[in-house]
Design a protein around this ligand. Structure first.
Ligand SMILES: [Zn+2]
Length: 333
């Protein structure tokens, strides 16, 4: 990780944007942990260290930022500095020691954090523990940091994933809308295509249906944008089969093309099957899936809409000259 040596971060908002950027790099790969980003800033605005959490068992973002600062600028580098972090630092020993300890030991004077820890089972909050040790704690809510934490928040409180429903339409010559098969890269703009693939990168699972696979033989791989490297888990493809066929993962090949199944598994996916949407979502939750992307045909999409299952809808309408993207959050209150 390179520290932007010549940058100066004058405001808390600028510095938090840098921490969010770090968190974004891990978005979609950290489960069962949340994505977290951190940066350590000297009093003159210099960046001392950056940290991006890379997944369970890996160092937390705060610790990476502190380590980097100490390696680059000496053991006292963090003394008196400000740590910006997208999530309240942890105060419990999990697979790694608590970040509160590392922060206090490094002599950090001030911590600005964007999200409070949403985990209801965490024993003891990091902000209180650090404040008790004389460190100035500032909770500064940040929309982008909050957005990155939503899938984790959904999963840790409900044990089901955040559901993103992607729907792509094409306007026909008769000026009607028709859904675009997943296999077709017919978006007019490269940005729409990139968005569709970014959504896959950010999701640990894809939810689809048997007809969609039969019609399109979709790949579901991340292309047209960067992907996470060395994922510590397999991305999942959850196939919802509405028919009471007695179909199992073992007998899927009786209805799905064998080549599609073997190619999909070879591409690193775990293929799962569920009899209905509710069961599919609770199963994915049990498998630590924080965010699921729905890429399905009209029937499953209709069902999702009528049951108001999606938390977020991404509608891509493809026109002759330009695409129209509408991203909305469902009102679930
Ligand atoms: Zn931590």
């Amino acid at each position: 990780m390179n520290v932007p040596a010549h940058s100066r971060f004058a405001t808390d908002l600028e510095a938090m944007a840098l921490a969010v950027e770090q968190a974004y790099q891990g978005f979609g790969r950290t489960a069962p942990n949340p994505p977290v980003g951190a940066c350590l800033i000297a009093n003159d605005g210099r960046v001392l260290g950056l940290g991006s959490h890379r997944g369970a068992g890996q160092a937390h973002a705060e610790r990476t930022a502190i380590d980097q600062a100490q390696q680059l600028f000496g053991t006292n580098a963090a003394r008196g500095a400000t740590l910006y972090v997208t999530l309240e630092p942890c105060n419990h020993t999990g697979r790694t020691p608590p970040c509160t300890e590392a922060i206090a030991q490094a002599g950090i004077a001030r911590v600005v954090f964007a999200n409070k820890d949403p985990n209801p089972t965490v024993p003891g909050k990091g902000a209180e523990a650090l404040a008790a040790r004389g460190i100035q704690m500032i909770h500064q809510p940040n929309d982008a940091a909050e957005r990155l934490l939503r899938p984790f928040r959904q999963w840790i409180t409900r044990r089901t994933p955040w559901v993103v429903h992607k729907i792509a339409f094409r306007r026909t010559h008769e000026n009607k809308l028709s859904m675009i098969p997943e296999s077709q890269n017919t978006f007019a703009r490269a940005e729409s295509l990139r968005l569709a693939h970014e959504l896959r990168r950010q999701s640990e699972a894809i939810l689809t249906s048997v007809p969609t696979i039969l019609a399109d033989l979709p790949k579901f791989t991340v292309r047209h944008t960067w992907d996470h490297d060395d994922l510590s888990f397999k991305r999942k493809i959850m196939i919802v089969s509405s028919r009471a066929t007695g179909l199992t993962v073992e007998t899927l090949h009786t209805v799905l093309p064998v080549t599609w199944l073997s190619e999909t598994r070879a591409a690193g996916f775990e293929v799962l099957l569920s009899p209905n949407l509710e069961h599919a979502l609770s199963t994915l939750g049990q498998l630590n899936v924080h965010q699921v992307l729905v890429e399905a045909g009209p029937r499953l999409s209709e069902h999702l809409a009528s049951t108001r299952t999606a938390h977020e809808n991404v509608v891509i309408s493809v026109g002759e000259e330009r695409d129209f993207v509408l991203r909305t959050l469902a009102n679930k209150s």
